[in-house]
Design a binder for this molecule. Structure first.
Ligand SMILES: *Cc1c(COP(=O)(O)O)cnc(C)c1O
Length: 433
């Protein structure tokens, strides 16, 4: 192994003479030196050490996010930030460059609950007696089970084997539940009956939980218990019935579900089309119990979330569509026109074969709803499909590899972005790697 440079040699290299914070450089350089010692290798010369150190320094200062053009045909993808947000609301966020009345009543000069307005909007929109806003829906699972069936008090939560679901990124709702409650699994993978829940009930049982399936369905020899029956059973036995909806298809859908549950929860950044947050709905006493638990302090939202969520809910009151709703309202003609527009921009490019094809888009994000008929532009260049896919991805165009080409599904592409996508395809063809 080549010898490693001394710290002062690195830090005093001419390239770091200006515009670098020495303390930061030193931490980065130390990490590089440690890595080299561990891996028994070293960079060839001082110039390479400097280039690598510079790259790590600049990576720290890169913009937090890069723009992605979502041509995957999946509307809600946790990896891509789920729901796009409304432009005007984001502009108004500027008010946060100063102080705001987050927790004060200006007229009375007294302290005030931070989420009051957003909660009121939720109560009105969902016709719910009370509402609570948390960081995400995962927090809702943890908080509900912590309050109503805590492990520390040997309380049990009943959950069907058919609802042991992995949603994405290794996330499993039942594992969250298990961290705070004793899970009593009932039924079987494909079939669960009311009698399974009844037989499982004991003095320890306190909560019946129902977790919505993610992106999968079961067919054939299957049976599950409708929420209505679980709610009745819970009432009969003095238990709480809580439904994790995952997302809401519509306000009506959640309103209906609320009729048969003590509590329900969903993510605000799935079909509601807002920022990441967890919404819990239910009656006063149960929501109040959640609000009174110390964990609520750990799960409550900050002013940025609250501002943007409130703006989305106000859009619902005023009948203004969220970006997600606008996508979902696209009909066949609109989608075909988008595909033709993209095709027009792409067919001008040299060395590219492209044609419009019908595709099947999906909502994604653990939301049911089957396939969405859509269109895409399949592109084929001289380079291999996988190489093209990666080269596009690296420039922020996320498509799908299909047969010999890459498909750019237009479902979740904004009309305004078609030319930008075509330009990136052009750049990619000129310099694939
Ligand atoms: C997405 C999802 C969650 C997790 O929601 P987050 O807001 O991402 O924490 C929980 N349960 C179900 C059924 C989901 O679909």
């Amino acid at each position: 192994m080549q010898s490693l440079p001394a710290m002062h040699t690195l830090l005093n290299a001419p390239c770091f003479a200006q515009g670098y914070d020495r303390a930061v450089l030193k931490v980065l350089a130390n990490a590089m030196l440690a890595e080299c010692r561990q891996n028994q290798r070293a960079y060839a010369d001082l110039a390479q050490w400097c280039t690598q150190l510079q790259a790590r320094y600049h990576a720290l200062l890169a913009p937090p996010f890069k723009k992605v053009y979502n041509a995957t045909g999946v509307l809600l993808s946790t990896n891509l930030g789920r729901a796009p947000l409304e432009t005007n609301a984001l502009r108004e966020l500027e008010i946060l460059s100063g102080y705001v009345d987050l927790e004060v009543d200006l007229e009375r000069a007294t302290r005030f609950e931070r989420a009051f307005q957003a909660q009121n909007l939720l109560k009105v929109l969902f016709n719910s007696p009370d509402a609570l806003i948390l960081n995400n829906n995962a927090s809702a699972l943890v908080l509900v089970a912590s309050v109503f069936a805590p492990k520390a008090k040997r309380k049990q939560t009943l959950l069907s084997y058919g609802q042991l679901v992995e949603i994405g990124g290794g996330f499993r709702a039942h594992e969250l539940l298990e961290s705070v409650t004793n899970l009593k699994l009932v039924g079987s993978t494909n079939k669960t009956y009311v009698r399974d829940y009844k037989n499982a009930c004991s003095d320890c049982s306190a909560l019946i939980a129902s977790v919505h399936w993610s992106n999968f369905s079961m067919e054939g020899f299957v049976a599950s218990v409708p929420p209505k029956s679980l709610f009745s059973l819970a009432q009969e036995r003095g238990l709480i019935f809580y439904e994790d909806l995952g997302s809401v298809q519509s306000l009506e859908h959640a309103q209906k579900a609320l009729k048969h549950a003590h509590l329900l929860s969903f993510s605000a950044d799935k079909l509601l089309g807002s920022v990441q947050a967890g919404i819990v709905l239910g009656d006063r006493a149960h929501i109040e119990a959640l609000r009174a638990h110390p964990l609520y302090r750990a799960f409550r939202v900050d002013k940025i979330t609250l501002f943007l969520l409130t703006k989305t809910l106000q859009d619902y009151v005023q009948g203004r569509k969220t970006p997600i709703e606008i996508f979902l309202a696209q009909d066949r003609d609109a989608l075909l026109n988008k595909a033709l527009k993209l095709h027009r921009a792409l067919s001008a490019l040299e060395g590219l074969k492209c044609f419009v094809i019908p595709t099947q888009a999906r909502i994604g994000g653990g939301v049911e709803g089957g396939v969405l008929e859509s269109f895409g532009v399949q592109i084929q260049a001289k380079i291999e499909a996988k190489t093209l896919y990666h080269a596009l991805y690296a420039r922020g165009v996320a498509g799908v590899v299909r047969a010999k080409g890459v498909v750019l599904d237009v479902y979740a592409l904004f009309e305004r972005d078609m030319d930008a996508v075509a330009r990136i395809v052009q750049d990619t063809l000129e310099m694939p790697v």
